[in-house]
Design a binder for this molecule. Structure first.
Ligand code: IVH
Length: 696
């Protein structure tokens, strides 16, 4: 036999193969064997990871997907393992402290979780635990891993006294006032047969569920603003808001999955017992958890959760598998950053590679130019997608996207498809760099971004694309609600010259409508009836319908209350607008009302017989009164109670002082009741409070 195998011993071939394979693997991961370049790469990765930690934890605006982040971490781990001589800094959990809140110290350290990305890694964890404990009859609980931010709640004798974020694991941001705005969280534990522990630290996750995330994005969309990309970032941003009222407006959710300190009572002996205790206290428990007894069963449960992740109703990025038995947890103990008795099995993001065919530009109704990636259709999370938003001009630059590129598309936060990467090594020679337009694709006006803003805008208010979007929005349900006036009908009426501004809807004749293709006698009559009925619609709907930048449904509502009617809105101004809607929206409203064409629209609506009026505003009967709540308020959440007080002109504070006018003390009232008595502040029962505010 001739050929290489005859001359070269088999072992040498095997070695050669191994070297080639390892080099290829290293090359794939961007690694060279040379220690110097490894040092450089490790340094680079550490800097990059620290930057992303900062973006994610402190600024709540991640630039990369979890999967991309995990890949950086994996590469770093791989390099550090391969180069023990380049000793790693002490491991730390991420740090979410923002410096904008008082510091809260955890009684017991708040750790992170070790992660398993594959079935093999899961099995390795299972084997290690089995061996370490010397038994094979271990019971585990599989829970969904909620994707939000970790929180530690301290209840003293059944009363919520503190809520602190994980921070660096030792201390975090004290966000108690904001957490009190979460409707699903009772301020006192429901009484059971046993007295509540003297002190307990309950650990859990604060998140936005799918429905609320969709609702908030729908609001953004109708305000012509860029959509939120990720429910987790939005949850973090909301919880870290300086204004508890803002927290109450975005309905955050909370779930509890563990505990730290547990004093003055026996802690639960198992995770299942803990779930039961949470239920008895009236606290939210993880959904869809499973008890499993073998590694196979556990992996099946993880896969089942992964498959059903889009139907859970909340964002998840994995499953957490934890030993059920608390005594066994104590035996196996904690690692430097994470317990040894639990592991997070991360889900693969739903992701696929496709080719970018084109980038198109959408002009929104407030003039923002949004680039959209148009690609070869692919299946993602059970749906066919062919386009994904590229958010803004900078995003294209960041990815260095070229037409013809192979791009990675992921369902970010499981909801909106996003382009998360480019496979640069597969870039075809003919791929064409994308040049962001300098002129509006609809009206050719030069476009620009305001200093400090990423959004590029077309400033021409007569731009046809903007006008079409604005008219569609005016007719849409969240605004005035003219059923039957869809994009096609509106576009036809615009082309016929019958529709330019919102007031023109009220000047349309039967003949105008009959001239639209597909509109018959019956439809025309129905459309006319819609228009007539809409004259009585609420003022907030009209204000929202005018497409003023920064003015979504909620802001429109505030403006309507200030204005009383359309004419009042046309004259609106002054510091009370700033007080009601904040400086940015107030400035946008002032700019809008300063333009003669907008004043003409408003006058046009009025002369067409639109009699929109605001709902009767609530009378302020408690101006300046300061309230503090303690204990339970039957039938009212804290957030609702706070809203009622504010609507009556009062304010809610977190602690009792000489400036407090009333302390409302419900069942399970805590130390604040003692403070009130000491300071001689009027104490109200929940019933007296309701009577004072004239609540039903
Ligand atoms: S158990 C010592 N269970 O995942 C930490 N964590 O990366 C024990 N998380 O910090 C955590 N859902 O914020 C646990 N069902 C669940 C969870 C969960 C989400 C978060 C938590 C933790 C992070 C670890």
């Amino acid at each position: 036999m001739t050929g290489p195998s005859a001359r070269v011993p088999r072992l040498a071939w095997l070695l050669l193969f191994l070297v080639v394979a390892l080099t290829c693997h290293a090359a794939r991961m961007g690694i060279t064997s040379d220690s110097d370049s490894a040092r450089r790469r490790i340094q680079e990765l550490r800097t990059e990871i620290a930057r992303h930690d900062d973006l994610y934890f402190k600024q709540a605006k991640a630039e990369i997907s979890d999967a991309e982040y995990d890949r950086l971490k994996q590469e770093l781990q791989f390099l550090e393992a391969a180069h023990p001589e380049l000793s790693a800094p002490p491991p730390e959990v991420g740090d979410d402290r923002s410096g904008r809140f008082p510091t809260g110290v955890h009684r017991q350290r708040m750790g992170s979780l070790d992660k398993a990305y594959t079935e093999t890694e899961w099995r390795a964890f299972h084997t290690k635990v089995t061996q370490e404990l010397g038994r094979s009859d271990l019971v585990f609980v599989v829970e969904p891993k909620y994707d939000g931010l970790a929180i530690s709640l301290t209840y003293e004798r059944g009363v919520l006294v503190r809520a602190v974020t994980r921070g660096n694991g030792v201390e975090g941001d004290d966000v108690t006032a904001n957490v009190r705005m979460i409707e699903a969280l009772p301020p006192t534990l429901q009484a059971g047969q046993l007295p509540p522990p003297v002190l307990v630290e309950l650990r859990g996750e604060i998140y936005l569920d799918d429905a609320e995330f969709a609702r908030l994005n729908a609001e953004r969309e109708s305000a012509g603003e860029v959509l939120f990309a990720h429910p987790r970032n939005l949850a973090v941003g909301t919880l870290k808001s300086a204004d508890p009222a803002e927290v109450a407006e975005r309905r955050l959710s909370i779930v509890l999955y563990g505990w730290g300190a547990w004093e003055g009572a026996k802690p639960p002996q198992s995770q299942l017992e803990f779930h039961g205790q949470l239920r008895a206290w009236g606290l939210p428990v993880v959904k869809g958890s499973r008890i499993v007894r073998t590694a196979d069963e556990a992996w099946t449960a993880v896969r089942t959760l992964a498959r059903g992740r889009t139907t859970l109703g909340f964002p998840t990025d994995g499953a957490v598998v934890k030993l059920d038995d608390t005594a066994l947890r104590t035996r196996i103990g904690e690692g430097p950053t994470a317990p040894r008795w639990a592991v997070a099995c991360k889900f693969e993001p739903e992701k696929a590679v496709t080719r970018l065919r084109a980038i198109t530009i959408q002009v929104g109704r407030t003039g923002v130019l949004t680039p959209v990636a148009e690609f070869e259709p692919l299946e993602l999370g059970g749906a066919t997608v062919a386009r994904a938003t590229l958010h803004n001009r900078d995003e294209i630059k960041r990815h260095d996207l070229r037409i013809g590129d192979f791009i990675e598309v992921e369902k970010a936060g499981d909801i909106i498809p996003a382009v998360t990467g480019v496979q640069v090594q597969r870039r075809p020679a003919e791929a064409v760099p994308y040049v962001f337009p300098e002129r509006c694709p609809s009206c050719q006006t030069a476009v620009a971004a305001k200093p400090g803003e990423v959004a590029v805008r077309c400033a021409n208010t007569r731009c046809p694309a903007q006008r079409q979007r604005r008219l569609e929005h005016f007719a849409s349900a969240p605004a005035v609600g003219l059923k039957g006036f869809g994009p096609a009908t509106i576009s036809a009426l615009v082309r016929a010259g019958r529709l330019q501004g919102p007031a023109d809807f009220y000047r349309l004749t039967r003949g105008d409508l009959l001239a639209v293709e597909g509109v018959g006698e019956k439809t025309a009559d129905r459309l006319l009836a819609e228009i007539e009925a809409s004259k009585q619609a609420e003022l907030a709907g009209f204000i929202h319908g005018l497409s003023i930048p920064q003015v979504g449904a909620a802001t429109a509502f505030e403006l309507a209350e200030l204005s009383g009617d359309l004419a009042g809105f046309g004259r609106l101004g002054g510091s009370r607008v700033v007080d009601a809607v904040g400086p940015a929206a107030a400035e946008a409203v002032a700019d809008f009302l300063a333009r003669s064409e907008n004043q003409a629209d408003i006058r046009g609506l009025i002369t067409s017989g639109v009699s929109a009026k605001a709902d009767q505003p609530v009378r302020a009967n408690l101006p300046g009164k300061v309230f503090v709540f303690t204990g339970a308020l039957p039938g009212l959440t804290r957030a609702q109670a706070a809203k009622q007080v504010e609507a009556a002109g009062g304010a809610v504070r977190d602690s009792v002082s000489g400036k407090t006018d009333y302390v409302v003390a419900g069942e399970g009232a805590g130390a604040k009741l003692d403070d009130a008595r000491r300071l001689g502040v009027t104490v109200l029962t929940p019933l007296e409070f309701a009577q004072l505010l004239g609540l039903p």
